[in-house]
Design a protein around this ligand. Structure first.
Ligand SMILES: Nc1ncnc2c1ncn2[C@@H]1O[C@H](COP(=O)(O)OP(=O)(O)O)[C@@H](O)[C@H]1O
Ligand SMILES: Nc1ccn([C@@H]2O[C@H](COP(=O)(O)O)[C@@H](O)[C@H]2O)c(=O)n1
Length: 211
């Protein structure tokens, strides 16, 4: 591995990717400092839709690769590897588009990236040094997504159910499940699997000691 290590955490929506990634990040940043570890979400790279009306935005398939600007994410990961800071877009799930703000992410030795389709894109896959797949049963994901989307993303029971049936579930079988083959590590039991969290933390500490 080179000077920088990029760790991808993929899996179904609400499988626990962001809880897993943010727990690893929070538990290590206090110990290592923010110049050594950074975190990015694939969701920040949903395409900007500010030119579309709300009625048009809700028609987008947010589980299809075309909804993401993966090229921008790939170029940001390359820049971070090259020691340059990047301006990561910020995304609103209620407005279905990017906000005006960006977040300046500084280059770090270890970069955690989490998102549903990270392992489906061969250009992105080339950027990852370590790949993790959150293997949480789909019924558990649906229950957690329902709760989260009602509480945090301004959705209704019927909109979550309709979107799940029309795009989320089909995209899981078409894109996400087949991408599990590219994972180095498969994690069961969601974002609170402390043994898996500790394994990744130990690997990160080991990599940093070598750099
Ligand atoms: N092992 C777990 N036990 C209980 N709740 C969990 C667990 N893993 C994740 N969650 C919860 O499920 C919801 C979805 O998890 P999240 O990490 O946001 O998923 P993802 O990033 O994969 O969409 C969140 O509310 C999170 O706190
Ligand atoms: N405007 C949007 C954008 C995305 N979604 C859904 O988010 C899911 C991915 O995020 P996770 O945190 O759940 O991994 C994806 O399944 C999209 O359906 C949305 O509903 N609206």
């Amino acid at each position: 591995m080179g000077k920088h290590t990029i760790i991808a955490i993929a899996g179904a929506s609400a499988s626990g990717k962001s809880l897993f990634a943010s727990t690893v990040y929070q538990e290590l940043v206090a110990e290592l400092g923010c110049e050594r570890i950074a975190i990015i979400s694939e969701d920040a790279y949903y395409r900007d839709q500010s030119h579309l009306s709300m009625a048009q935005r809700v028609l987008t398939n947010y589980d299809h690769p075309s909804a993401f600007e993966h090229q921008l994410l790939a170029s940001h990961l390359l820049a971070l590897r090259d020691g340059q800071a990047v301006k990561v877009p910020q995304y609103s799930y209620t407005l279905h588009t990017r906000t005006e703000e960006t977040l300046l992410v500084q280059p770090a030795k270890v970069i955690l990236v989490e998102g549903i389709l990270l392992l489906t894109d061969k250009h992105l896959r080339r950027q990852f040094d370590i790949t993790v797949f959150m293997d949480t049963p789909l019924d558990v994901c649906l229950l957690r997504r329902m709760k989260r989307d009602l509480e945090e993303r301004g959705r209704s029971i019927s909109s979550v159910a309709e979107q799940y049936e029309n795009t989320v579930r089909p995209a899981f079988f078409e894109f996400i499940a087949p991408s599990k083959q590219y994972a180095d590590l498969v994690v069961t039991r969601g974002g609170k699997n402390q043994i898996a969290i500790d394994i990744i933390k130990t690997k990160i500490r080991q990599l940093l000691a070598e750099k």
